[in-house]
Design a protein around this ligand. Sequence first.
Ligand code: SF4
Length: 413
Amino acid sequence: MSAPVPSARRVNVRTPEVMERVQAQVEQHYRSSLVESFRSRGGTFTVGNTTIRLAKDFGFCYGVERAIDLAYAARKVFADRQVFLLGEIIHNPEVNRQLTEMGVVSIPVEKHEEEIAKLTPEDVVIVPAFGAETRLMKLISERGCMVVDTTCGDVMSVWKRVRGYAKQGFTSIIHGKAAHEETRATSSRAMGDDGLGNYLVVLTLKDVDYVCDYIRNGGDKAEFLTRFPEGSHSDGFDPDLHLKRVGVANQTTMLKSETEEIQRRVQKAIEDRDGGSAAHFQVFDTICGATQERQDALFGMLENPMDVLLVVGGYNSSNTTHLVEIGEQKLPTFFIQNASCLTSLEQIIHFDLHSKVETQSYSTKLAGDGPVVVGITAGASCPNNLIEDTIRRVFALRGVPEAEVLAAAGADF
Ligand code: SF4
């Protein structure tokens, strides 16, 4: 008789006693009384001739808070075991650094299969907030590991939607980055419960226009498959067969306006092909509430004049990247990882979205002696302590004494 195949054991680590200890540690690592105080005073504050304006919504979202709580809880509950993490818990280097210091071992994406194959039933695996591909979940299950799954509920609702498309024989067109953990996880669910479903990942409006042209007029299949290489579509994807009935979904953290435009263009292409009928088209807006709130808050902030915008967050954070794109349309915008990027008023190290490299430049207004208004926002994966460091750094570089900054934050601070 063959040995039984072990299966993953999902564990609930959120007991009240554990969570009390977790909260204390999370607050110690990421909380900022200074940021809370400025926020409670409306988010705009001036000291000397330097004004800082905070977006109405920025920083940790509910999904990220939950993922961090669960990861910290897992470390506490399984203090005597090896605790592994699939890649990064969220896209912020500071948070991932803290977990590494606590002894959580991150398995790099390119080594997932190789490293999972070495795990034992004694090991604990944390699944990040983006979720993980069904293939990996199966491998973990076969190793019999304990699983602490921090996948955000908003991501899981996208999975439900694409599974539904597959069940009805619709191909999922997913607006996202094909290599992003969340989109990979979603793509795997778009294959459906029987694995026979199909998906295509599109990122840009150019991608979509190409697909729409194919939907309307057909085209060169080989060229299509070169344009959308392996990983951005299901195995065996055939544009002549698999664009007949499509459902659109998106990575939760995309730019809302762009996602809506993509939905409109695909629907129009299907209607043009099918004589005005949208029967072979479905759509479900899967931008998450937190992403939308942060984008809306930035649009609101941009209605008032500012001289420079600092967007704080991990360079690989999708929702943060879109905040930078929004800011760049209006004013000099610097995408910084943390306050240390503000080397001096004449040298800001920042990530250039267009060349995809870290570079340096500066804002003449920020570096000048005159009054300056600095906007600050951050993506859903950025902790408040990094915002506080940034506020303090801006004031310090502008020559404002720390005592004056603390006084502006309020006597009870
Ligand atoms: S950004 Fe949205 S989908 Fe991602 S963890 Fe936060 S709430 Fe969930």
